[in-house]
Design a protein around this ligand. Structure first.
Ligand SMILES: O=C(CO)COP(=O)(O)O
Length: 143
């Protein structure tokens, strides 16, 4: 079975929820290589006792690092519990991450119920072969 890569990110007001959720799904987590932004990653490592590939903290570029990995085809799913109630200094990075994940057709779970759905099926782990978007029209456009 090919190991899949998952990115986990949560804003401060959502970290508790992400940790609870990931503990609930710890068995499934073991099957993934986990990437996370700095503070989220540190907390997850403490709680799950699983290796986490830690990136920068979000405001220092972590969202952009995950976006870059997505555009290189290295992330298979994104669980991003972002905070809908508070503006953050790196709002543009957050928007950019959500955008690039959409562009590359990555499954994105932004709340617990969607994350539960994502993990309630073995599809993501086993036979899930994400349809790669066709960018040829964009790449070959005549200017
Ligand atoms: O800000 C974040 C995502 O936008 C998350 O960063 P931290 O995991 O470092 O808190």
């Amino acid at each position: 079975m090919i190991r899949k890569n998952i990115a986990l990110v949560a804003h401060d007001n959502k970290k508790k929820e992400l940790i609870e959720w990931s503990k609930q799904h710890r068995d499934s987590m073991e099957n993934f290589d986990i990437y996370a932004t700095g503070t989220t990653g540190r907390l997850l490592e403490q709680e799950l006792k699983l290796p986490i590939r830690m990136l920068h903290s979000g405001p220092l570029g972590g969202d952009q690092q995950i976006g870059s990995l997505i555009s290189e085809g290295k992330i298979d799913a994104l669980v991003f519990f972002w905070d809908p109630m508070e503006p953050l200094p790196h709002d543009q990075d957050i928007k950019a991450l959500l955008r690039i994940a959409t562009v590359w057709n990555i499954p994105i779970a932004c709340n617990r119920s969607t994350a539960d759905l994502l993990f309630s099926t073995p599809v993501l782990l086993r036979d899930y072969e994400r349809l790669k978007p066709d960018f040829s029209e964009y790449e070959n456009r005549k200017l």
